[in-house]
Write a protein that binds this ligand. Sequence first.
Ligand code: ADP
Ligand code: MG
Length: 282
Amino acid sequence: MTPPASAPAGPPLLSLDRVTRSYPGGRTALDGVSLTVAPGETVGLVGESGSGKSTLARIGLGLLAPTGGTARFAGHDPYRLRGRAARPVRARLQFVPQHPRGSLNPALRAGDAVAFALRVHGVPRAERAERTAELFRRVGLEPALARRFPRELSGGQLQRVAIARALATGPELVVCDEPTSALDLRVQARVLDLLGELQDARGLAYLFISHDLAVVRRLAHRVVVLRHGRVVEEGPAERIWAAPEHPYTRSLLAAGVPAPPAGPGECPGGASDSVTPGPPRT
Ligand code: ADP
Ligand code: MG
């Protein structure tokens, strides 16, 4: 799986226009950020910890409202995609978090988490078990693992469950916020390969967020570099790797970026919190 050199064309699926977000206390996390993701495209969003990546992800997903500017997903304000009537649009936009252990209900078997997503999106009860097994196979998990609870699964297996759950609704765009940074390197590479395969098979678009350029490099068609809540550089991935223009991008490429501390979703016995960058793809 090699990322195509150019991004697929088409009107954007996700479009942020001069988005600003401040938090109470006056802190500005995003300051006039514009960004688009086209169907089938992977946009890599990179920047060091605290640069505003997760704030941008949450605005794109409609979990947070911007304090200025506009966000649109398929022509809708994502923050208003609430309630039953919005579900068909909502289903087209999904999320893979950094810490699946924190986002999966510990009292729910892995298969039930996926089946629940199917139920919310109107798949009849009689079809849910078979669809869940299919989704497990699709993400490289034995369907028998559906009977396990989150604590009985490894970090890599849990991240595959989170991906299966995201796929359950038939999304067109999946926002991945540091989806592999809690996994050890070998598992990280396999999950990235899986995301690439799913894109090839289903034409998925990704907003793929990472502090780690080596990770973004495996998948991104286009790269957006965020620093202190502003876009300092963006362009086709190949160009960014070959000839970064902004000194900040050059410093990220030269030195790597400090990893953020482990988040609250980390559990003892979970996957290791590797910070070593993987080998660049050539
Ligand atoms: P990243 O994901 O790139 O590490 P974030 O979007 O999480 O960055 O954070 C960007 C900035 O906004 C940081 O300075 C962070 O401290 C601040 N911030 C994030 N969430 C909140 C919040 N709920 N309240 C106040 N400040 C926040
Ligand atoms: Mg973050």
